[in-house]
Design a protein around this ligand. Structure first.
Ligand SMILES: *Cc1c(COP(=O)(O)O)cnc(C)c1O
Length: 391
């Protein structure tokens, strides 16, 4: 049998973050004392009232197919959220609920991009974006940034990269992997360039609620009706409600795009899990105080980790303003990120994700979605490891 793998599938790079996370988990299961900085998910449990709502729905027999783009109650709750928190008016028909924020991104790319299209992706980027673009048959075009500009692209850089083939610009603020947050003025300027040139924006706002040091989030869609018409907002329940395993994300899009995504979804996954959607309604309509508590804890860890990373000779790290990641620069150690992370795991049993996975080989990603005790232990080991390199 000739197991020919399709060109689309063969062109993909498997997710390195998931690979490192599972390697670390396996070492742990074997009894090794591993410190994991690889996780891309909160270490807090889903709030109880959300679990209760899903459990009640399950017990009540809410176990059948729902409309493929989500239950009306949830689409309405999402539309209300956009109105309340972002000042954006969407009809429920413009909202599509999917099986995770990742699925929402994928649907958005698949519905809008095809062969011959170019998609602009600032690096360091969330590692799934270029792969999704390739799956759609389009070409990822990377806009590089460094820690000197807090990993932000400028409007000039964006404008210079736009060609007649540019279809989509992917914006992710607060950012995974850098924790960088664009100011409202910076977001508006990037949005202006896209409106001027007729380029669509996919704005991944999943970390919208995780902000520090007084940083504010402003959706690029919110500056004018034209900005909204040029934008697909992608979001999800994974991060601010700690619902990664529930697989629930959503997007808000101009009507024709939402329609196309509904069609794609109706022929691929159909609806996201019925009773999980009931939990999501509770997430949006119930109390939000858990976010404050979690933020206070993330902030404590961020402050400690940022200061500690900068105290290690050979490393430097700009501070994050959002999400739960730091992205230290390792260029002065003289080795690149893959070798750095492999040796770090081998010698010191510390799992971090090499920056190359995010298109930035001089960095690594440290997730502080783990206890302060773990962070202290892991960064002590990282310190010893870097000193052993420079000896
Ligand atoms: C976590 C994450 C998502 C979505 O994750 P799901 O688990 O699929 O909801 C989307 N974008 C970014 C940048 C993320 O970090």
């Amino acid at each position: 049998m000739n197991y020919r793998i399709s060109n689309r599938a063969a062109a993909l790079t498997p997710s390195l973050t998931l690979a490192i996370d599972s390697k670390a988990k396996q070492m742990k299961a074997e009894g090794q004392d591993v410190v994991g900085f690889g996780a891309g998910e909160p270490d807090f449990d889903t709030p109880q009232h959300i679990k209760d709502a899903a459990a009640q729905a399950l017990a009540a027999g809410f176990t059948k197919y729902t409309p493929s783009s989500g239950i009306p109650e949830l689409r309405q709750a999402i539309a209300d959220k956009f109105k309340r928190e972002n000042g954006l008016a969407y009809k429920p028909s413009q909202i599509i609920v999917s099986c995770g924020g990742k699925h929402s991104c994928y649907n958005a790319v698949l519905a809008t991009c095809q062969e011959g299209d170019e998609v602009l992706i600032p690096a360091p980027y969330w590692l799934s974006y270029p792969e999704m673009v390739k799956l759609a048959g389009a070409k990822p075009v990377v806009l590089s940034t460094t820690d000197r500009t807090e990993f932000k692209v400028t409007p000039d850089q964006l404008r210079a990269a736009i060609t007649p083939h540019t279809r989509l610009f992917i914006l992710n603020s607060p950012s995974n992997p850098t924790g960088s947050v664009y100011s409202p003025a910076e977001i508006q300027a990037l949005g202006d360039v896209c409106v001027d040139t007729g380029v669509l924006i996919m704005s991944d706002e999943i970390y919208e609620h995780l902000l520090y040091d007084g940083a504010v989030h402003r959706s690029v869609a919110s500056f004018s009706p034209a900005h909204q018409e040029h934008t697909i907002i992608v979001h999800g329940f994974a991060k601010a409600w700690s619902m990664t395993g529930w697989r629930l994300g959503f997007l808000a899009a101009p009507e024709p795009i939402a329609k196309a995504i509904d069609a794609i979804q109706s022929h691929s996954t159909s609806n996201p899990t019925s009773f999980a959607q009931k939990g999501a309604v509770a997430a949006l309509t119930g109390p939000q105080d858990h976010v404050k508590t979690w933020l206070a804890e993330y902030d404590r860890r961020r402050r400690y980790a940022h200061q500690k990373l900068n105290s290690i000779p050979g490393l430097s790290c700009v501070n994050a303003k959002g999400a739960f990641y730091l992205f230290p620069n390792i260029s002065r150690t003289g080795i690149k990120s893959t070798e750095f992370c492999a040796k770090l795991l081998e010698q010191e049993k510390v799992a971090a994700v090499p920056g190359i996975a995010f298109g930035a080989d001089d960095y690594l990603r440290i997730s502080y979605a783990t206890s302060l005790a773990n962070i202290e232990k892991g960064l002590e080991r990282l310190d010893r490891f870097v000193r052993s390199l420079t000896k």
